[in-house]
Ligand binder design. Structure first.
Ligand SMILES: Nc1ncnc2c1ncn2[C@@H]1O[C@H](COS(=O)(=O)NC(=O)[C@@H](N)CS)[C@@H](O)[C@H]1O
Length: 438
């Protein structure tokens, strides 16, 4: 992509409404624009990151055996009356009347709808286990939307729903999602810690929140630091095997959100030097809620003995749009964002430090062609800004690799390669750069 032809409205100043660094940097880096309280337009740079995060989530859901579909954002109010959540959900629910005065709502979550889909087709335990998921926009009329995409009103969520014959089966489904979440967040360069949590409006009695440690996080957390060094299962993990050893390993080290924290146990179990009380960002939450929805909505299957029983369910959410902010909170410095390569909007930025100089222009065009030909996502800053402005922009938007092309270096057949994450620099020939980064 040539920057001269891209759409990247970088802001010079820090927007005053931004209270936390991710909100500030997303606005300054031209990644998004607020259209209404808690409602954002995703501009090209931000949208590229959102899609990369979405794709990692999708790949790990698929690896765990979940099946992707897409449910609508609008739902019938009557569906929620069946489960009894229509009134219980409260003012966070955006209720809508259509032209025929039919009562609809903008879905804050989809337990009711997926249960309706399931019960319409599945009648036998032989079709189980089943895990259906989608990646869809949600609306929650948060009383105080804030911190940019961290607490939005319209936000992108991956929500998966599992169906099993009994609790034992549902726990196996739960464990698969637990492992899939460990892998998902690790692939984004995050340490997301699974913590016991309250179940709230979703219901049930078993839930874990996956929390990324960050000073600006809304959740207070108490952990044994050892949990930060536990191994994440590899991509060869056997989802049809016994996952309980992994679950046990990750749940036997103390990690709890403040609303389920047990101070006495914490002091007793965790050596002083390993105790960490900080804050964190909830990037995902998983729930086992048994027959909460299948009872009220009559989602039954015939068991092995032929008798109809309500299925045991669970739901599993990831805050896809929240993750864009969470990753910035975890990966930034004073100059701007430091994208982990797996989610970066572009992998390489080529900075032409003397636009109009034939040798420099030529070398940049050649690098742009060679890297693009090898499938590398390149942003070529071919604008006529001063070099200093180009350095600042590249650092702000956080592209992992910068290739600085200037007349002096070129005279020696060299260009400078800067790694954004640690600031390290290296001089090498353009050919070596292509070999290194392709
Ligand atoms: N207002 C919000 N803005 C941005 N992300 C949010 C918001 N509310 C929730 N999320 C994200 O969505 C994830 C799942 O939301 S949830 O309420 O915990 N779970 C559910 O809704 C379940 N139905 C999961 S299928 C959260 O872990 C969080 O990362």
């Amino acid at each position: 992509m040539r920057l001269s032809r891209f759409f990247l409205p970088i802001l010079k100043e820090n927007p005053k409404e931004a209270e936390i660094v991710s909100h500030r940097l997303m606005l300054r880096a031209g990644m998004m624009r607020q259209e209404a309280a808690g409602i954002y337009a995703w501009l090209p740079l931000g949208f590229r990151v959102l899609k990369k995060i979405e794709q990692i989530v999708r790949e790990e859901q698929d690896r765990a055996g979940a099946l992707e579909l897409l449910m609508p954002t609008l739902q019938l109010a009557d569906l929620w009356r069946e489960s009894g959540r229509y009134d219980a959900y409260g003012p966070e629910m955006l209720r809508i009347l259509d032209r025929h005065k039919r009562e609809l709502l903008y879905g804050p979550t989809n337990e009711e709808m997926i249960t309706e889909i399931f019960r319409s087709y599945v009648k036998s335990y032989k079709s189980l286990p089943l895990n259906l998921y989608h990646i869809q926009w949600k609306f929650r009329d948060e009383q105080r939307p804030r911190f940019g995409v961290m607490r939005g009103r319209e936000f992108l969520m991956k929500d998966a729903y599992s169906f099993d014959l009994d609790e034992a089966g549902a726990r196996r489904s739960y464990n698969k999602m637990f492992v899939a979440y460990l892998r998902t967040f690790a692939r984004m360069g995050l340490k997301a810690i699974p913590m016991r949590a309250e179940t709230g409006p979703i219901g049930g009695d078993l839930s874990h929140e996956f929390i990324v440690l960050a000073e600006t996080g809304e959740s207070g957390v108490f952990i044994n630091r050892d949990v930060l060094d536990l191994p994440v299962p590899g991509e060869d993990v056997d989802y049809d095997g016994d996952l309980t050893p992994v679950i046990k390993q990750w749940t036997s080290v103390y990690a709890a959100t403040e609303d389920v924290h047990e101070a006495a146990r914490f002091e007793q179990e965790v050596p002083e030097a390993k105790r960490l009380n900080t804050r964190g960002i909830e990037v995902g939450q998983i729930f086992y809620f048994g027959t909460k929805y299948s009872d009220t909505m009559k989602a039954m299957v015939a068991g092995p003995d032929g008798v109809d029983v309500p299925i045991h369910g669970g739901s599993y959410g990831v805050g896809v749009s929240r993750l864009v902010g969470a990753i910035i909170e975890a990966c930034h410095d004073d100059a701007g964002i430091k994208w982990p390569e797996a989610v970066a909007p572009f992998r390489v930025a080529i900075l032409n430090l003397k636009q109009g100089d034939a040798a420099v222009d030529g070398a940049c065009e050649q690098l742009y062609r060679d890297l693009s030909a090898k499938g590398v996502d390149v942003l070529y800053d071919d604008t006529d800004q001063r070099a200093g402005a180009k350095f600042a922009a590249a650092d702000l938007i956080g592209i992992p690799w910068q290739i600085l092309v200037g007349p002096k270096g070129l005279a020696d057949g060299k260009v400078e390669v800067k790694r954004r994450s640690d600031g390290s620099r290296d001089n090498m020939s353009p050919a070596d750069v292509v070999a290194k980064l392709a």
